[in-house]
Design a binder for this molecule. Structure first.
Ligand SMILES: Nc1nc2c(c(=O)[nH]1)N[C@H]1C(S)=C(S)[C@@H](COP(=O)(O)O)O[C@H]1N2
Ligand SMILES: [Mo]
Length: 406
């Protein structure tokens, strides 16, 4: 029989780091034993999230915000949703991190250390709206499989990094380039090291925008591990799945990137509207690009009670993918009439915009406040559900809160 062994030094020091205290008799633990404090991880502590965040899945971790948690103009880490397709990587060392630029359409395949990226290229900071393509999925009928996001899979943080464009141009882009595809170090749920949980990308035109960053900071600090530390692609206004976390390789492709979750029904919708539940041929599915116009009332929380005769101050954010929000309105009569209210200009392109209004109610009773944004092309949010699609993407229906006046 093999002798029982005590815990290894490296394991012990990782336990110490995770628990945040010395394990006084730690060296007496048998190999393979996991301290109680780590057996049932508390996601709110582990990821520094507000306890009102809602866990949708723990393998992998998927956690969403509630509307009222998104009231800040710049979303703090504590209220940012988490969407993972695989396991959060462990043991990341920023000092040895590298990013490789390769692919059919790169002139010189190049590898940069994180320090080189930071010193060689100019830094830029932008507030960027990232919304999961599946935000709002829970409302579709027939229901769509996947995390049942309600309204909280969106955030607008401030991201600092270098322009993807500057790095791609340094490596050299051949005229045959059409798309970029990212590769990251998170592990597939099956445990198969050859499988990637996700490897998506975008056309060169999006990759080369000023605001498309290889970011190493979020809200002025190192990016939290779960949001992509130490290096993340950030492409605001597009489904957040384009914004690869833990990125260590970007391929310049001579065709549409064909990585995991680029094909089939993943992040693709029928090019033309279809009836709910209808089967759609593969060639009739289109990759989601710019996200549609949408808004969220972040104050007050739904269920608010106010006294008769008092106006209710509401506020929230609106965004429109690649476009700007041109108009913001609210309704207190289930969408039969609308009142325009003020909406601020974005801090920069692709940042969400803040709206507010003083809403008056004619008498006591139950009301709903609905919010509706219109983009710079004149397209407004649908009042209830937009077109059905197999995976339940792009639900940009008007957000609604309940209000009682007494
Ligand atoms: N490497 C990697 N990048 C990823 C993902 C992932 O699972 N692995 N999920 C994507 C999806 S689907 C979304 S919606 C966003 C979520 O970003 P967040 O967790 O920082 O909110 O990250 C994207 N980038
Ligand atoms: Mo997503």
């Amino acid at each position: 029989m093999k002798r029982r062994e005590f815990v290894k030094k490296a394991t012990l020091s990782s336990f110490t780091a995770l628990i945040g205290a010395e394990l006084v008799f730690g060296s007496k633990m048998l190999e393979g034993y996991k301290p109680l404090a780590l057996q049932d991880p508390d996601p709110f502590k582990m990821f520094n999230k507000n306890p009102e965040m809602v866990v949708l899945n723990d393998k992998p971790w998927n956690i969403e915000a509630q509307a009222h948690l998104l009231d800040d103009k710049i979303t703090p880490n504590s209220c940012m949703f988490i969407r993972n397709n695989g396991f959060v990587p462990e043991g990341i060392d920023p000092n040895s991190w590298t990013l490789t630029i390769d692919g059919e359409s790169v002139v010189r395949e190049k590898t940069y250390t994180l320090a080189e990226l930071k010193s060689k290229f100019q830094h830029h900071t932008y507030q960027l709206t990232l919304e999961c393509g599946g935000n709002g999925r829970s409302e579709f009928d027939p229901p769509a499989k996947g995390n049942q996001w309600t309204v909280g899979a969106v955030h607008c943080a401030s991201w600092t990094g270098v322009r993807l464009k500057d790095v791609l141009e340094d490596a050299g882009i051949k005229s045959s380039a059409v798309y970029i595809g990212y590769h990251a170090v998170d592990k597939h749920l099956s445990g198969d090291p050859k499988k990637e949980p996700i490897s998506r990308g975008c056309p060169m035109s999006k990759a080369l925008q000023d605001e498309t960053l290889l970011a190493f900071q979020m809200n002025g600090k190192d990016i939290p591990l779960v949001h992509g530390h130490p290096l993340r692609l950030v492409a605001g206004g597009w489904p957040a799945s384009v914004s690869g976390k833990w990125v260590d390789r970007i391929s310049i492709r001579n065709k549409v990137h064909d990585g995991t979750k680029m094909t089939g029904t993943a992040y693709r919708v029928p090019c033309e509207p279809v009836a709910p539940g209808e089967k759609v041929k593969d060639e009739d599915m289109c990759i989601i690009e710019s996200m549609p116009v949408k808004s969220l009332i972040t104050y007050p929380k739904t269920g608010a009670m106010i006294n008769k005769g008092k106006a209710l101050k509401i506020r929230g954010h609106a965004w429109a993918g690649e476009l700007e929000v041109a108009k913001m309105e609210y309704s207190i009569d289930f969408g039969s009439t609308w009142t325009e209210c003020s909406v601020e200009k974005p801090a920069n392109r692709l940042a969400w915009q803040h709206f507010s209004a003083n809403v008056e109610f004619p008498k006591s009773g139950y009301y709903e406040v609905w919010a509706r944004a219109t983009d710079s092309n004149g397209i407004s949010q649908p009042m209830l559900l937009p077109g059905w699609n197999p995976k339940g993407y792009l639900n940009n229906a008007c957000h609604r809160i309940a209000v009682k006046v007494k």
